[in-house]
Design a protein. Structure first.
Lengths: 78, 701
């Protein structure tokens, strides 16, 4: 399990856990970051905010926010 | 395939004026049936386009009771039915996390609209259906408007509306609102649903099995105590989600012993919020399984391609500065000449007309009308071109989907001040004019970040302030003038950054709204939507701020002539004299303080006032050029460069012009925050002014 912010562009993670206050977690969950949801990293330059797609939506996240989403890296299927 | 995309016009727009009451059932009874429809939807689904197509100019824009959040109500007619449409704020869910979500759900629960029409973006079906999952738990029947079908097709997403309709048990109408397709069908479906001609058997989402027992227990404990008009089963779910608002309501209504038991259950299931949301997404997965076909992974879309540039840390910044360059170029190339034209023909013409009319009137009346009323009104009028240009530019960038990218690229810089990336654009526009800057903060969702941005906006030096700098720096600093001007701009920005950090710490305890932002798909801008929003914003500013500007202009004019008809001996000069001790700390006398005070009407007034107070000492027979030269000599004689620098520093940071203050009042909807802003800027400008003067003196200027 790694924080979402550790994924490189092109990698896919499966959401395992959300850390943080209830309001924050609730917002993320409503946007589709629920357990077992697939999140694909679109842009991650190692610092600053990053972009992911979850449930057909691209979402910009602060690095701190992305660090609170714990994912399991999905192995490339091919 | 249902032939849903009709092009006939069913919704002829009526001229009924909607009362500001949002209950809406009563007033249209005259002409057949009247129903109320709440328009719900997540952000970026084309909801405002649907609203605009349905109601046209027949809208009433106001605020939700007690909130600074815009409320739009409109009407349309369909086959003898008058439909009142209430545009709910765009929200991702119906939690208690934001005032918008509270407004949306409280409206549906309390006002019980006949139908809730939820607009859904077909290109992000699953996430959009989340709002539907929440809406179905409330009592009003729901119709789904499946919008942006064309965009979804373009992205390779195929949805079969009738399969989705069968799965949900809720009417689903495919639409392309930007091309006016399917909207009539949506209206027809709504009226048929109200008449009972459409089957309505929604499959309401259920909770995950592992929380079923807890939910039942909560329902049993609370059910009998739930106050009207909340649905008890909805209350039970919201409690389990840890909803702060509903928890508070139930704590008030439950007997103490029952509340203790409820509290114990909630405490033991604190993490349930993710599971409840997860349950809703599982339901969505079941609902869409048969209706939705996704493209094979790896397809590169237009949005992907554009974003490679637009969100890149370097290219994105270059693109943004290019776009801003174009916006400012248009402002100066089109806006400034237009402004000058309005000023000389409309305002000048009006003055000339009144001048003739009042030829025989007493002098005080002549002065009041020409200098006070027309002066104030004229300023409001000459503001218009710049406002319209900036509102159009911002509306265009927003509608195209670019605004979120600009915010993303700038976030790392705004972060330092405790601000959101979205604060950047409004603040930047402030270099042109602070008024659209303050009004433009509407794009910031977080209330806190928005207020902070409004408080900081007047610290961005606008063109009028820079005009004063451009006029005075050569007088005091000769060839070093450009460097001093740049230094003053940097000083303003430094003060802005420091104020941002301090205000964020003091007022908001250093909290920063979490940066989570949807990047919508790019699409072709809809001019109708942009035009309407520009019109509404401009009209609102004219109506609300215009009056205030006029009143203040007249008051300041009166103060500047009473009691003897000249500025030197006026009440305003009296105020200036009483400020002289503070001025002395900055090397300034009362005349400079009066010049500062008159800059409240418009920043460039400072120069005109200095001209009157220093220039007209007898020799002014040789026309404007000579007058100017004489003012330069008088100023140079009266003040050291250190004092000149002190004045310029204060001038850059002083209370903004009355138009900006009026905009602050309009946007915060609070006299308290407006007064706070004025007081804060007064404090900042004097402190910085004194510091600059004393430092400059130490250095030997």
């Amino acid at each position: 399990m790694v924080p979402l912010s550790k994924l490189d562009a092109g990698e896919v993670g499966i959401v395992q856990e959300l850390d943080g206050g209830r309001g924050f977690v609730g917002r993320l969950a409503a946007l589709g970051f629920t357990r077992d949801a697939e999140v694909a990293m679109v842009q991650n330059f190692g610092r600053g905010p990053l972009i992911v797609t979850v449930r057909d939506t691209r979402i910009a996240l602060g690095r701190g926010e992305a660090g609170k989403i714990q994912v399991a890296k999905k192995r490339p299927s091919r | 395939m249902k032939s849903a995309l009709l092009l006939t016009s069913c919704h002829d727009q009526t001229t009924t004026v909607v009362s500001s009451s949002i209950r809406g059932h009563g007033d249209a009874q005259l002409s057949g049936k009247a129903i109320t429809v709440a328009l719900a939807g997540q952000p970026n689904v084309g909801k405002s386009t649907v609203f605009n197509v349905l109601t046209g100019l027949n809208q009433h824009v106001g605020n939700w009771p007690g909130k600074t959040i815009q409320q739009k109500v409109g009407t349309c007619r369909c086959n003898g039915t008058t439909i009142t449409i209430v545009d709910l704020p765009g929200t991702y869910s119906l939690s208690a996390n934001s005032p918008e979500e509270l407004i949306a759900r409280e409206y549906i629960i309390r006002e019980r609209p006949d139908v809730v029409a939820v607009i859904i973006n077909a290109a992000a079906l699953e996430r959009n259906l989340y709002l539907l999952a929440e809406l179905l738990a409330l009592s009003s029947p729901v119709v789904v408007g499946l919008n942006m079908v064309d965009v979804a097709n373009h992205e390779g997403i195929k949805i079969e509306p009738e399969v989705l309709e069968a799965a949900l048990g809720v009417p689903v109408v495919p639409m392309v609102a930007t091309k006016n397709r399917g909207i009539d069908d949506l209206v027809a479906t709504i009226t048929r649903l109200v008449a009972g001609d459409v089957p309505y058997e929604p499959k309401v989402p259920e909770i995950r099995p592992d929380h079923k027992d807890v939910l039942a227990e909560l329902y049993n404990l609370c059910g009998a105590h739930v106050p009207e008009p909340y649905p008890p089963d909805w209350v039970a779910i919201k409690l389990l989600e840890g909803d702060t608002e509903i928890t508070r309501v139930m704590q008030d209504h439950l007997p103490d012993d029952v509340w203790q038991r409820v509290y114990a259950i909630l405490h033991a299931h604190e993490d349930a919020v993710v599971d409840v949301a997860g349950g809703r997404y599982e339901w969505i997965g079941r609902m869409t399984r048969a209706a939705l076909v996704r493209p094979s992974i790896g397809q590169v879309t237009v949005t992907d391609r554009l974003d490679r540039v637009a969100t890149h840390p370097l290219w994105g910044l270059l693109l943004l500065s290019g776009m801003l360059g174009v916006v400012f170029w248009i402002t100066y190339a089109v806006g400034a000449p237009l402004q000058a034209w309005l000023d000389s023909y409309i305002v000048g013409g009006l003055s000339g007309l009144v001048d003739n009319l009042l030829a025989n009137a007493p002098l005080w009346l002549w002065g009041l009308v020409i200098d006070g009323v027309i002066g104030g009104a004229g300023m409001v009028i000459t503001f218009l071109p710049i406002l319209v240009i900036f509102f159009t530019a911002m509306g265009l960038l927003e509608d195209m989907g670019y605004m979120a990218r600009a915010a993303y690229v700038m976030d790392r810089f705004m972060h330092l001040m405790g601000l959101h990336g979205k604060s950047f654009l409004p603040l930047f526009v402030g270099f042109g004019c602070n008024v659209p800057s303050v009004v433009g903060t509407r794009i910031i969702e977080s209330r806190r970040a928005r207020l902070l941005t409004i408080l900081l906006a007047p610290l961005v030096p606008c063109t009028a302030r820079m005009a004063v700098v451009a006029y005075l720096t050569p007088i005091f600093f000769a060839t070093a003038a450009p460097w001093v001007a740049w230094g003053l701009i940097l000083l303003s920005l430094l003060v802005l950054a420091v104020s941002g950090v301090v205000l964020n710490k003091v007022l908001f305890k250093g909290e920063r709204a979490a940066f989570i932002m949807e990047l919508p798909l790019y699409h072709v801008p809809n001019w109708r939507t942009i035009g309407l929003s520009v019109w509404q914003r401009t009209a609102e500013f004219l109506k609300k701020a215009g009056t205030l500007i006029l009143v203040v202009s007249v008051i300041v004019w009166v103060l500047s002539v009473l009691p003897y008809g000249e500025v030197e001996s006026s009440l305003l000069a009296g105020v200036g004299r009483s400020l002289a001790p503070v001025g002395a700390l900055m090397g300034l006398d009362w005349r400079m303080m009066v010049a500062l005070l008159t800059s409240f009407i418009a920043k460039e007034n400072a120069i005109a006032s200095l001209g009157i107070l220093f220039g007209s000492t007898g020799l002014s027979a040789g026309g404007a050029a000579q007058e100017e030269a004489q003012l330069a000599v008088s100023l140079k004689g009266a003040f050291t460069p250190a004092a000149g620098l002190g004045f310029l520093a204060v001038q850059m940071l002083f209370i903004p012009c009355v138009a900006t203050v009026a905009a602050i009042k309009q946007e915060t909807d609070s006299w308290k925050w407006t007064a706070f802003s004025v007081g804060l800027l007064l404090l900042i400008s004097f402190v910085v002014g004194i510091a600059v003067y004393q430092l400059a003196r130490l250095v030997g200027l």
